[in-house]
Design a protein. Structure first.
Length: 179
């Protein structure tokens, strides 16, 4: 049964799977104590015309600027929607095209901080807004863009806690295989 399901998905077209790599720049106060770091991710999705619906996973591990064993890890699981604005098509009748994609995501951020053997974990609603360049040719999709990952963070204000919006900018490049 499972091989039949996989075969039907692969022949129906529109499905894609891929990965991305980039560099994340901490912002909104995080840049004071954290360095830029690598970011990694994986995506599975479905493309219909100029619309894409995706399930994304991303990871960024920020380290402290000073020489210590402190690390702030951000895992995010997002449901994303992207819309492609086709700017160009190849001269031949192939399916090659390129353009700009705008995307928005909502999901859950899994956050953890560690310092030596001490650590804390938490969850936060998260979202992402992005824009980027893409090229689709045959079964390959290449992309390069910028994302803005948003998540809530609880901060002490006097005797109470206040929730503030934290964001990280990321430059990313990706490749996907389109079935």
């Amino acid at each position: 049964m499972l091989p039949l399901l996989i075969a039907s998905v692969l022949t129906a077209g529109g499905f894609e799977a891929g990965g991305r790599i980039g560099v994340a720049f901490p912002s909104s106060g995080l840049e004071n104590t954290h360095d830029a770091a690598a970011t990694f991710g994986a995506t599975v999705g479905y493309r219909a015309g100029q619309n894409r619906l995706m399930l994304d996973y991303g990871y960024t591990g920020l380290r402290a600027k000073q020489a210590s064993s402190y690390q702030f890890n951000v895992h995010d699981i997002l449901v994303s929607y992207g819309h492609e604005f086709v700017l160009g098509r190849s001269a031949s009748a192939s399916s090659s095209n390129w353009g700009i994609e705008a995307s928005a995501s909502a999901g859950l951020g899994l956050l953890s901080r560690t310092f030596g053997s001490a650590g804390e974990t938490g969850r936060s609603p998260s979202g992402m807004i992005g824009v980027g360049f893409y090229q689709l040719q045959g079964h390959s999709r290449l992309s390069f863009g910028i994302d803005n990952l948003l998540f809530g963070e609880s901060r002490p204000v006097g005797n109470t806690n206040s929730v503030s919006l934290t964001y990280m900018l990321a430059l990313k490049g990706g490749v996907a295989y389109v079935f």
